[in-house]
Design a protein around this ligand. Structure first.
Ligand SMILES: Cc1cc2nc3c(=O)[nH]c(=O)nc-3n(C[C@H](O)[C@H](O)[C@H](O)COP(=O)(O)OP(=O)(O)OC[C@H]3O[C@@H](n4cnc5c(N)ncnc54)[C@H](O)[C@@H]3O)c2cc1C
Length: 376
């Protein structure tokens, strides 16, 4: 029917889509990757791309991020050493609750923490110096170049995908391309398959690259994320604007006040001298309502709800009894940790697609179908 039947079509070329592309091209599979505009067009192009664990007391997300952090640090270093910059990260408590959390984190974590260097601490503002600080060997990746490097062996097509149909065992994309498998990696931007239980929230973020005479050896996270400096250049970023959405907001985003806010918040932690703004990056990150990512096959809700043998009110759902779209999965909802999670989740998804391995119930999209169906 079409010239090339791809093994897998990936829609969305952010860090999630590109990580999946890399996993499959490494296996010798034919991969086609679509994006509306370019590689790293969405949240991934804006990210500071710090690779760090989650400094919280406990919880499933903390556990997942712990594993993903250890995996990704090693993975990026092994596969893309030139795009990874290792530097210690100082995580500074924001408030009293954070202070308690970080104290507990220090006691309980199995990760190797660093003794903060006194000289580095002295460079922080008095406010920051007085707070609890955790220091750890972490890293930053070059967000855009990383996505491009991962996607290198895939065929990239600049096209917004709106039409997908499954025909005779094959996915037909925009009536022009065909693939055996489809992976949706569209972040917070578009819904191609509209299912009522998939509800992702987009949070707007802004990053600025600045020139400054302030020397900064570490990455620092407090009210915003500040990267270490390189030739007088460093990045400041945050995703905290839940009110602005590029597709639904009436007014355009105010870059000037966004910059001021980032600089003002950064200055609470580190005094930045002779600042000149070099570049702005903005984008949405997408998060789920239980904060865990969504990885795996998609339930067809209409079909599944018709199945009278399923007890939707049960406390022990059997996800295997649901009806799923054939050869279609998603990878999304990475929140503020897309670069930490993507390589780890892409490996899980690849093993699921190629080897049929089971994905942890905590992260499969079917959990949201279960919650949705239970309420009906
Ligand atoms: C300012 C900022 C700072 C951040 N800092 C960090 C950090 O330090 N560390 C970290 O780990 N994470 C960070 N994040 C979060 C991280 O960027 C996200 O978790 C990650 O980018 C999500 O990747 P994604 O591939 O799921 O989505 P995206 O990168 O948003 O990619 C989705 C892509 O899909 C494309 N697309 C959508 N619909 C279609 C369609 N119909 N057809 C074709 N293409 C489509 C979009 O154009 C987009 O390129 C930050 C985010 C922001 C905004």
């Amino acid at each position: 029917m079409f010239n090339t039947l791809y093994d897998i079509a990936i829609i969305g070329a952010g860090i999630n889509g590109c990580s999946v592309a890399y996993e499959f091209t490494q296996e010798g599979k034919k991969v086609i990757l679509f994006d509306i505009e370019k590689i790293a067009n969405g949240g991934s192009g804006a990210a500071g791309a710090f690779i760090s664990p989650k400094f919280s007391k406990a919880g499933e997300l903390k556990e997942l991020l712990h594993e993903a952090f250890v995996y990704s640090m090693d993975y990026y270093e092994k596969h893309f050493p030139n795009l990874l910059k290792k530097s210690p990260l100082l995580h500074v408590a924001k408030d009293e609750t954070d202070e308690k959390t970080l104290k507990l984190y220090k006691e309980k974590t199995s990760l190797d923490l660093l003794a903060p260097d006194n000289e580095d601490i002295k460079r922080l503002t008095p406010q920051a110096q007085s707070k609890e600080i955790v220091s750890i060997n972490a890293a930053i990746v070059n967000a855009e170049y990383m996505c491009q490097a991962m996607a290198k062996s895939a065929k990239f097509v600049k096209q917004e995908v709106k039409n997908l149909r499954y025909d005779d065992g094959v996915w037909v994309i925009e009536e022009s391309y065909s693939a055996k498998e489809v992976v949706l990696a569209t972040g917070a931007y578009e819904k191609i398959i509209k299912e009522p239980y998939i509800n992702l929230r987009g949070v707007w973020g802004h990053r600025i690259d600045i020139q400054t005479s302030t020397l900064n050896k570490n990455s620092i996270h407090q009210f915003v994320s500040i990267s270490s400096s390189d030739n007088g250049r460093l990045a400041i970023g945050a995703t905290h604007n839940v009110h602005y959405h590029p597709q639904t907001s009436q007014e355009s985003y105010d870059i000037k006040s966004g910059r001021e806010e980032l600089l003002q918040k950064a200055s609470l932690t580190l005094e930045l001298k002779d600042v000149k703004i070099l570049k702005d990056y903005t984008g949405l990150r997408s998060g789920s309502f239980d904060y865990l990512p969504l990885v795996g096959s998609l339930v067809i809700s209409k079909e599944t709800l018709k199945n009278q043998t399923i007890n939707f009110k049960t406390k022990k759902p059997d996800y295997d009894s649901y009806t799923y779209y054939p050869n279609l999965s998603m990878i999304n909802g990475s929140g503020g940790y897309g670069f930490v999670l993507a390589p780890y989740l892409a490996k899980i998804l690849k093993n699921h697609i190629l080897k049929g391995s089971t994905i942890d119930k905590k992260i499969v999209p079917a959990r949201f179908f279960y919650r949705y169906a239970k309420k009906l």
